[in-house]
Design a protein around this ligand. Structure first.
Ligand code: NAD
Length: 338
């Protein structure tokens, strides 16, 4: 039978993961957990997705808003094999005991400490380490982006060390109070930023340093990545390694006119659901190689890059398929790489 999936936290990530799990031939979306009876809750109900709440207090809020919920999270946990936790940073950890006691496998997000789960996960780097485990943490959007290019190049030519400068988006669409609106802010205000340590939760052997700033944009993050390789590699070898990854898109500015994040999202809005770009995007003309050093600029659509990783994590935990097959299935169902 199909693996029964529930989603706790129905925001930027949770709504997309619920949608993506519902599209997989080997999964069934049983329901989602919402705290507030807002437009996202109403949309889920209109789409026929059963909506659950954390407890009786929230059920009452929904009733007052004229919405009838399907039960509490405890009811949902009785119906699912896997719960994907997409609650805000640090909230997931407060649920981990509940998931364990319910005997349900759990997937957490990058806003949690690595210790929340048995393994930190990135499908094309360490799928096998998550197979059969009870819990996994899908690393954050920036970390997933870094790992996409690092693991693609590592499997082709070998990576010794990485240095990356991250330009982060300020907010997602619904976060009306986040900023900055007129500054470039060191975020965090120290180097190395936490992203280096987060990459090492998946690749503990890697020598990596990261620094990050946040800027007034909502669309995507942009990284300038420099790598020291295990041997010399030509620019073409590096481009081939990136192009042959199933979740990397290499775009040429001279051929497509795409020179920045707004054009990536503009193009995606015409052919992709919600204008999402779950692939890591690498700017072709930014790729530079010199001996055993390579550098390039890449863009990360923070709202969607971890979505296919969550789907693959569900397959890894439940042993539904091997990594290569899972990535293929997920990509096909979500239209990734087309
Ligand atoms: P979000 O704020 O968009 O969504 C969180 C949802 O959880 C909201 O709907 C909120 O109402 C709900 N919620 C709050 N408290 C809850 C509770 N106690 N029980 C159940 N639901 C509760 O957040 P997000 O951006 O989707 O982030 C979720 C996780 O994913 C975080 O760990 C974050 O770090 C990670 N992540 C976010 C992004 C991104 O760019 N947005 C990218 C990758 C990973």
């Amino acid at each position: 039978g199909k693996v029964a999936v529930g989603v706790n936290g129905y925001g930027t990530i949770g709504r997309r993961v619920a949608w993506a799990a519902g599209l997989q031939p080997d999964m069934e979306l049983v329901g989602v957990v919402k705290t507030k009876p807002d437009y996202a809750a109403a949309q889920a109900m209109s789409a026929g997705i059963p909506v659950y709440v954390p407890g009786e207090a929230e059920a009452e809020r929904f009733r007052k808003a004229g919405l009838e919920v399907s039960g509490t999270i405890r009811d949902l946990l009785r119906e699912v094999d896997v719960i994907v936790d997409a609650t805000p940073d640090g909230v997931g950890a407060t649920y981990s005991k509940l998931y364990r006691e319910a005997g349900v496998k759990a997937i957490f997000q990058g806003g949690e400490e690595a210790s929340v789960a048995q393994v930190s996960f990135s499908a094309l780097c360490n799928y096998d380490e998550a197979v059969g485990k009870d819990s996994a943490r899908v690393v954050s959007c920036n970390t997933t982006g870094l790992l996409r290019s690092i693991c693609a190049i590592n499997s082709a030519v070998g990576v010794r060390a990485v240095n990356a400068f991250l330009v982060r988006r300020a907010a997602d669409m619904h976060e009306v109070k986040r900023g900055p609106i007129n500054s470039v802010v060191l975020n965090p205000p120290r180097v190395p930023s936490h992203h280096a340590g987060d990459v090492r939760t998946v690749l503990p052997w890697l020598d990596i340093t990261t620094a990050a700033v946040v800027v007034p944009t909502t669309l995507m993050h942009v990284h300038y990545v420099t790598m020291k390789l295990k041997g010399n590699a030509s620019r073409e070898e590096v481009l081939d390694a990136l192009r042959s990854s199933p979740r990397v898109l290499v775009v040429s500015a001279s051929k497509s006119g795409v020179e920045g994040t707004s054009q990536i999202i503009d193009a995606a809005r015409h052919i992709r659901p919600r204008g999402d770009v779950p692939e890591l995007v690498v700017f072709e003309e930014s790729v530079l190689s010199k001996g055993d050093e390579v550098s390039f600029i890449q863009a990360v659509h923070q709202e969607s890059i971890v979505v296919p990783e969550n789907v693959d994590a569900i397959r890894a935990l439940t042993g539904l398929s091997d990594g290569e097959q899972s990535v293929k299935l997920t990509n096909y169902a979500l239209g990734i790489g087309k």
